[in-house]
Ligand binder design. Structure first.
Ligand SMILES: [Zn+2]
Length: 197
């Protein structure tokens, strides 16, 4: 039996796509890969030769605590490396990135954050480790700190990594205006807390 449904109706039933690869030669891609290359050159020398793809995450929603994921760095598995020419993919929350209230300094900070997760596995001599196909082995690095703000509010910098973080905050450029804009309001009007992941 022929499908006689109007095209719009069929379109409406299609499953949303979760990810969309950002191509180097697209208008957004040109700017974003330029930012990425600039950050790698400036702060991430060890992954200079890593092939990094950028992709939009199109369906991320805030979790039950209102935390909205802004980005995620994923390392290609051995199988992924057989299937496509990338070592890492950085997923970016499309809604946040394209929000008119988000400024480039914030986008740059997010991308820099995700690149901090991407690093090289070292062998016992401190040299980059290689696999049986002579490819550099990469790994994902964890955050410096994982803590609740209310614990720091109650107890202060009670351990060394927090002390180091507080010290980094004191050295950071003054940029409070970047977050006064509170990008990413949720449908109920409450701005979501943002987490780069
Ligand atoms: Zn992270």
């Amino acid at each position: 039996m022929p499908d006689t449904k109007p095209e719009a109706e069929v379109e409406g039933k299609r499953k949303p796509v979760s990810y969309d690869l950002i191509h180097h030669d697209s208008p957004a891609g040109r700017l974003m890969y330029a930012m990425l290359n600039d950050l790698v050159e400036e702060h991430h020398e060890e992954i200079t030769n890593a092939r990094i793809a950028l992709a939009w995450a199109l369906t991320w929603k805030p979790d039950v605590d209102g935390h909205a994921k802004l980005g995620q760095c994923k390392k290609a598995s051995d199988l992924d490396r057989e299937l496509h020419p990338y070592d890492f993919v950085v997923l970016l929350n499309a809604e946040w990135w394209q929000d008119g209230r988000v400024v480039d300094a914030q986008r740059r900070a997010l991308l820099d954050h995700e690149l901090c997760h991407a690093t090289v596995k070292l062998d016992k001599d401190g040299e980059p480790a290689r696999d049986a196909k002579d490819r550099v082995i990469y790994r994902l690095r964890k955050h410096d700190i994982e803590e609740f703000s209310e614990i720091v509010a109650r107890h202060g910098c009670y351990k060394r990594d927090l002390e180091l973080f507080a010290s980094a905050l004191r050295r950071a450029p003054k940029q409070s205006s970047l977050i006064e804009r509170e990008p990413g309001p949720q449908p109920d009007g409450e701005p979501a807390q943002e987490r780069p992941y």
